[in-house]
Design a protein around this ligand. Structure first.
Ligand SMILES: [Zn+2]
Length: 76
């Protein structure tokens, strides 16, 4: 299950509130596009709409990858 929500994060440089999408859980199988985004480090990182400073969202990210579980327990 992939979970994300919008939160207002204040820019550390100018204090402007930016509405950003915060990811808390990513499931690699359900959301392969999210996995790709994670590998590209393009999530939980925003750019201030006022001063263009990069705002890193300091939030633990729970990353689920269920491939191992599937491999250990054959279907059927
Ligand atoms: Zn700013």
């Amino acid at each position: 299950m992939t979970m994300h929500e919008y939160e207002e994060i204040n820019c550390p440089n100018c204090g402007t509130g930016n509405e950003v999408l915060v990811w808390s859980t990513i499931n690699a199988q359900v959301s392969p596009q999210d996995k790709a985004a994670l590998l590209n480090a393009s999530i939980n990182l925003s750019t201030c709409r006022q001063c263009k400073t990069e705002v890193l969202i300091d939030r633990p990210l729970l990353y689920h990858d269920m491939e191992i579980r599937y491999m250990a327990r054959p279907m059927g």
